[in-house]
Design a binder for this molecule. Structure first.
Ligand code: EAX
Length: 315
């Protein structure tokens, strides 16, 4: 954070600049969310607060950026929940495969009491989650073979996020989950270090992963929330009015971020097919769900079957 004073006139106001990092590009669903958030903050605080953007992993992977925000060496981040469970374990429940039916269901849970309650667990860890954001439903991509059934996943080396809930699911499917920082994924796919990876369409598009993957299977195995997080020390220094301005700005940013996800979902298949990638749209979801069923034993143990059912039952 850098506080800049301009001159000594009474009218001049100190300007505080917050550095925010993320792994996707500036024009991605995260970039749209962050730049909208930045515009809205500047507007609502008469320019007293400004964001300095560090897209495309310029400040590192999500886990290392989260550590930096917790330490205070980085001010803010927009991140998937991928590595967040290593800092705030209560978030892990939303990473369970097949927990959410569709986008409406996921958005309703996160905007409602269950999702908002999870945000209250962050301050104890030196972080303030200003708002949920959205990454999207995740799909399997690979260059070995078209994945049409869970059988096709067996033996594939699949990059996952540093997220034990996801890794358990891929292990249950017989894949070899390989946790890796997003910044290394494109090269790992290009060189064949891993056979495939799994990400939402907006991430596959923004990072052009489809140009180094022969097959994309739209299996929507898990919904991936994102979060807009600030260092707690910085948040506590904001006046109540400015905290309110940040919250209002985040609401508008979330709407812009979700609209970009909707747009990418609508256009993405065409973009990938035009680039020569085979996109498999008809997937036997029941078979994939059955393939991860064994992981549910540990999910029920860790999170409580009733808590999982409570989320699934939200209409
Ligand atoms: O948050 O690491 C991942 O696969 C994430 O989906 C990506 O960084 C966007």
């Amino acid at each position: 954070m850098v506080a800049l004073g301009f001159g000594l006139t009474a009218a001049a106001q100190a300007q505080t600049v917050f550095k925010i990092g993320w792994t996707n590009t500036i024009d991605s669903h995260y970039g749209v969310g962050v730049t909208t958030f930045g515009d809205e903050i500047a507007k609502r605080t008469n320019g007293r607060y400004k964001l300095q953007y560090f897209p495309s992993g310029a400040l590192g992977g999500e886990r290392e950026m989260l550590e930096a925000v917790q330490l205070g060496t980085q001010d803010m981040i927009i991140t998937s929940t991928g590595p967040v469970g290593n800092f705030v374990p209560e978030t892990r429940i939303v990473d369970i495969p097949y927990l959410f039916r569709d986008y409406d269901h996921a958005r309703k849970v996160l905007d409602g009491p269950i999702g908002q309650d999870i945000l209250t667990k962050f301050p104890a860890k030196g972080l303030v989650a200003i708002s949920w954001m959205e990454n999207g439903f995740r799909h399997i991509t690979n260059s070995k073979r078209p994945v049409k059934t869970p059988e096709d996943v067996k033996g594939l080396k699949i990059r996952t996020m540093e997220n034990k809930v996801h890794m358990e699911a891929f292990k249950a499917m017989g894949a070899l989950p390989t946790p890796m920082n997003m910044n290394e994924v494109f090269t790992a796919l290009q060189t064949g270090t891993v056979d495939g990876q799994e990400n939402p369409i907006p991430v596959i598009l923004a990072n052009k992963l489809y140009t180094v993957q022969k097959y994309v299977t739209l299996d929507s195995h898990v919904y991936s929330p994102a979060l807009l997080i600030i260092n707690k020390g910085l948040w506590d220094k904001l006046s109540d009015a400015d905290k309110g301005a940040f919250k209002e700005a985040a609401k508008i940013a979330l709407a812009a971020n979700r609209k970009k996800v909707n747009d990418d979902e609508a256009n993405g298949i065409d973009v990938m097919r035009k680039a020569g990638t085979e996109v498999i749209t008809s997937v036997d979801n029941a078979a994939f769900q059955k393939a991860v069923a064994s992981a549910y034993a540990s999910y029920n143990k860790e999170f409580g079957e009733a808590n999982i059912k409570k989320i699934m039952d939200v209409k």
